[in-house]
Design a binder for this molecule. Structure first.
Ligand code: NAP
Length: 290
């Protein structure tokens, strides 16, 4: 039986990892957005090991699949255990080498354990996508709930700091890469989301500082998406009482982005194709705000 497994049959499952919506392109409103080339990637990350924080849904879950399709072994976390196991078994059934390790990015010991477990299982670390984040319903500063403020800073900012703290020693050894999740909300000031905006602006600053500290061994960049079609965007539409059309009106391309388009950027930043890009924040938003 072993002889029957040719290199061609070994490669096939990876091509099937992200079938369905992704294979044909994603529906965005009434438009079909063609899946970017990197989201249907050849195995350009073969032999690499990646960590994704917040991989149970949205951009993180899609990126776990696309990194696996590109050949990486991927460990991801998130707090929703049943969902994490479900995402992992779906991707494993399709041929990906991925593992879900339950952990909360706000808790130092859990992040340390997440990184240690990844090293224990896969033996190295090359790529870290520090993506986990939360949003809360909008409110002006005087009405902003203090616990909610603290939670957003703890997740979106402290969570990225903790991840980098425990990832960096391993990435220094492997000459790896970090991609931190910021947001257009960290580049432009929007009203009524002060904690979210401040946390993402701080992620951008921390990314630039980290690139100064580690530039000789680790490439560290941030991405700043605009409106991407995920469960978070569903909450934004509900909490802000806005339509998709209203949300995207100020952007030149006038549509939301897909998680696959973001995952494609992550594969690019994780690969040698971006070997001289370091310490930058890359917008992925259909064009800067009008
Ligand atoms: N969608 C957009 O338009 C947009 C735009 C700009 C930036 N972003 C950023 O993109 C990132 C992903 O968001 P998304 O849009 O994909 O939304 P999402 O579907 O809500 O995903 C958020 C992910 O973060 C995880 N997470 C939240 N708190 C966590 C914690 N304490 N520990 C570990 N994981 C945690 C969630 O997992 P659990 O709930 O299982 O813990 C989930 O997997 C966020 O940082 C967000 O700020 C999104």
């Amino acid at each position: 039986m072993t002889e029957a497994i040719t290199s061609e049959t070994m490669v096939l499952p990876r091509r099937h990892l992200l079938t369905g919506m992704l294979a044909a392109g994603a529906m965005v409103g009434t438009e079909v957005v063609t899946t970017p080339a990197f989201a249907q990637a050849p195995p350009i990350l073969e032999g690499k090991v990646a960590i994704v924080t917040g991989g149970t849904s949205g951009i993180g879950a899609t990126t776990v699949g696309v990194l696996a399709q590109a050949g990486a072994k991927v460990a991801f976390n998130g707090r929703r255990e049943a969902l994490g196991r479900q995402v992992a078994s779906r991707l494993r059934a399709a041929g990906g080498d991925v593992v879900y390790i339950r952990s909360d990015v706000r808790e130092a010991q859990q992040v340390e354990h997440f990184v240690a477990e990844t090293l224990e299982r896969y033996g190295r670390l090359d790529i870290a996508f520090n993506n986990a984040g939360i949003d809360l319903p909008p409110a002006p500063i005087a009405d902003t709930d203090i616990t909610g403020f603290d939670d957003q800073i703890a997740t979106n900012l402290r969570g990225v700091f903790l991840a980098m703290k425990y990832e960096l020693p391993h990435l220094v050894s492997s000459r790896g890469v970090i991609i931190n999740m910021a947001s257009i909300g960290g580049r432009h000031a929007f009203p009524n989301i002060v904690a979210y905006g401040a946390s993402k602006a701080a992620v951008i600053h921390m990314t630039r500082a980290a690139a100064q500290e580690y530039g000789k061994r680790v490439r560290i960049n941030a991405i700043a998406p605009g409106a991407i079609e995920t469960p978070m965007l569903e909450r934004v539409r509900r909490d802000w009482r806005v339509t998709t059309e209203q949300l995207v009106a100020p952007y030149p391309m006038g549509r939301v982005g897909t998680p696959e388009e973001v995952a494609s950027l992550i594969v690019f930043l994780a690969s040698d194709a971006s070997s001289y890009i370091n310490g930058h924040v890359i917008g992925i938003d259909g064009g800067d705000l009008a």
